[in-house]
Design a protein around this ligand. Structure first.
Ligand code: SF4
Length: 241
């Protein structure tokens, strides 16, 4: 349906606007994307457009052996966080990157039995950050738990991911053989056209095909936006999502 070619140092989320611009004319109702696209800004953007984002489960980040972000509960009413010791982390500032910072009281933390697994800060102060559009991401988490969403995501994995594998293994897309973005765009375009022809042949003989367009729903394939980057042998290569 659509693809973009980006440099290897461009993150999925940064490549999203260009890819979405190509998909928007199809008026998608659902966008099923992998974890690279699971960011607060993309979630907010899609929800505002009336498109239902379906993202996968992502493991909570944090240092092993330390308290996890989910151990700190956000209180929407008072706009603060509560730590496992029931102490309040109050809002202090918002960073340029759009993260709101909530900080604990170092005088209380100093004597806390959980200090060793809570923070490594020399000032004994715990800082929890929350993106200004985190609410949109939380809506996406609710969507993920709705009936039918897991099946949709599973369907993407079973169909689209397989095609990415085919493109890499059988159509030489694991490494770039061309120099320059425009040449790679041509190559990727031809490869995807080739995959579509293979699909068409399967459809004509009545076999199951991948790359399915289900009535009303359009499936976004994260990997259609391929990255170009150098590998350790200084060859230019494609990295996938
Ligand atoms: S160190 Fe501070 S923020 Fe962490 S659990 Fe103890 S009181 Fe709460």
């Amino acid at each position: 349906m659509a693809y973009t070619v980006e440099a290897g140092n461009i993150h999925d989320s940064q490549a999203f606007p260009a890819l979405f611009a190509k998909l928007e004319p199809f008026s998608p109702e659902f966008i099923i994307a992998d974890s690279g696209y699971k960011t607060p800004s993309i979630a907010k953007f899609l929800l505002e457009k009336g498109i239902t984002p379906v993202f996968p489960y992502t493991r909570p980040r944090g240092k092993r052996g330390f308290l996890r972000p989910r151990d700190f509960v956000y209180d929407e009413h008072f706009d603060c966080y509560l730590c496992p010791e029931n102490q309040v982390l109050t809002y202090r500032t918002t960073t340029r990157e759009g993260y709101r910072e909530y900080k604990s009281n170092p005088e209380i933390c100093k004597t806390c039995p959980l200090l060793a697994i809570c923070t490594e800060s020399r000032q004994h102060q715990k800082v929890v950050v929350r993106h200004i559009w985190k609410d949109a991401l939380e809506i996406c988490e609710d969507i993920r738990h709705q009936s039918g969403m897991m099946e949709r995501y599973q369907h993407r994995k079973e169909t689209i991911e397989r095609l990415f594998g085919t493109a890499k293994e059988y159509h030489n897309l694991r490494y770039t053989r061309e120099k320059g973005k425009s040449k790679m765009e041509d190559k990727v375009g031809l490869t995807l056209a080739c995959l579509n022809i293979k699909k068409l042949v399967k459809m004509m003989v009545g076999k199951t095909c991948y790359f399915i367009q289900i009535p009303q729903y359009y499936w976004i394939m994260g990997e259609l936006s391929v990255n170009i980057k150098k590998d350790k042998h200084q060859k230019r290569c494609l990295s996938s999502f």
